[in-house]
Design a protein around this ligand. Structure first.
Ligand SMILES: Cc1ncc(COP(=O)(O)O)c(C=O)c1O
Length: 394
């Protein structure tokens, strides 16, 4: 049974910028319908090659200079910055979303009587650190319930008030793509002077996002989903107003003049510029950064808006076919264009997971919903295979 069929996961279309199918850039067998990018993206051949070359190069340390500890981290930082319209100085390199959120939690003050606003069933990396901080400070976690009307933005605005010390959200819900209008939420947070902390893992690289429009305080995204990159790498945006904050740890490379290897024991109190003080130790990550770099170059080459529009067309046709089968699907306005959550009255039918697995159709299942997340490698044949299986159990 394919593991991917068992995972429990918890500017719309004109033809103008439709990107033709890009399956040739990936190594996807024809008999696998991989509709599970929200779980773990497949790797492009160029990304795998970048990883292989990086590993081979790491085997030749005599070719690795002090400068090389900074070059790829700087170019990768800059590429992620372009994806979210930030400045490279505002990006820290971190190993996971949990690390980025922990950095935000370390810096955002909480106190008894204040609240932290989270979404119902939010991904745990943007929950546990807040819960722990709330336990220690006496602040209260307020969870926005899943709105029956489907409008997360309205539901969040109903809950955020003067008591909020932090609002910690995503651009779209990881379980079914339920969309949050972060421009409106950002404006409300600024009005109340509440820090806005975002987990963009299920949206960066696939849904246009502009830090200038949203003005978050912190925003983090893992590389291994819609950024099409390696596991164990993430990028953290830190707004300039927090850039004199406390890093989680004190590594040498985040300190000033760390480029001068001969002078490293001339200890420095000051940090490298901008968000670099929040970089994880060993941010130079010789194996993974070249992979992330290759992936983000391709994403920028396609263009995030064009990716979003292309995937919105794919999911619109999936949603339409699902509706014809009698399945529940959120309206296109209320879900991100790269997600479709298929809901079954009375729960996921018996045998569906096994049949999907046998047919090598990879999706994620959560509660009574099947999460379908295509990318540019998804073909009509993949979608047909999904619907053949669905039709056989309904
Ligand atoms: C919304 C979201 N955030 C974060 C992650 C991963 O978090 P971390 O990097 O802390 O493992 C996932 C993984 O599924 C996710 O869906």
């Amino acid at each position: 049974m394919l593991a991917c069929a068992l995972g429990r996961a918890g500017a719309r279309g004109s033809n103008r910028s439709m990107i033709p199918n890009q399956r040739h850039l990936f190594e996807l067998p024809d008999d696998v319908a991989y509709l599970n990018c929200a779980y773990l993206s497949p790797l492009m051949k160029a990304v795998k090659n970048a990883g292989s070359e990086a590993l081979a190069r790491r085997g030749r340390p005599w070719e690795i200079t002090a400068r090389d500890f900074f070059t790829t981290s700087e170019s990768t930082r800059a590429l992620f910055a372009r994806i979210i319209n930030a400045h490279p100085d505002d990006i820290a390199i971190v190993p996971a979303v949990s690390y980025g959120i922990a950095t935000a939690v370390r810096n955002v003050p909480l106190a008894s009587g204040q609240t932290v606003v989270l979404l119902a069933e939010q991904f745990p990396s943007n929950v546990y650190a807040w819960r722990e901080a709330a336990r220690v400070t006496g602040a209260e976690i307020v969870t926005v319930p899943r709105p029956a009307h489907g409008d997360w933005t309205r539901a969040i605005l109903d809950v955020v008030d003067e008591r909020a010390a932090a609002v910690a959200l995503a651009n779209c819900h990881w379980t079914d793509g339920g969309l949050v209008d972060l421009v409106r939420i950002g404006a409300r947070c600024r009005e109340l002077e509440v820090p806005l902390v975002l987990d963009l893992t299920q949206s960066a690289g696939v849904l246009p996002f502009d830090v200038a429009a949203v003005q978050p305080d912190f925003a983090v995204a893992a590389s291994y989903k819609w950024l099409l990159g390696p596991y164990s790498l993430a990028f953290l945006y830190v707004a300039p107003r927090w850039q004199r904050g406390e890093p989680l740890e004190h590594n040498w490379i985040a300190r000033q003049r760390s480029e001068d290897f001969a002078g490293l024991v001339d200890y420095q109190d000051d940090f490298q510029a901008g968000a670099r003080r929040f970089d994880v130790g060993e941010q130079s990550n010789f194996q993974l950064l070249p992979m992330a770099e290759a992936a983000m170059r391709q994403i920028l080459d396609w263009g995030v808006t064009a990716i979003a529009e292309t995937l919105a067309q794919k999911t619109a046709s999936i949603a339409q076919r699902a509706g014809e089968l009698g399945l529940g699907v959120a309206s296109a306005k209320q879900r991100a264009g790269h997600f479709v959550g298929l809901r079954f009255d009375g729960g996921v039918p018996a045998g569906l997971l096994e049949k999907l697995s046998t047919a090598k159709v990879c999706v994620s299942v959560r509660g009574d919903s099947v999460r379908v997340t295509p990318h540019l490698y998804t073909t009509d044949a993949d979608v047909d295979r999904l619907f053949n299986v669905l039709a056989s159990v309904l």
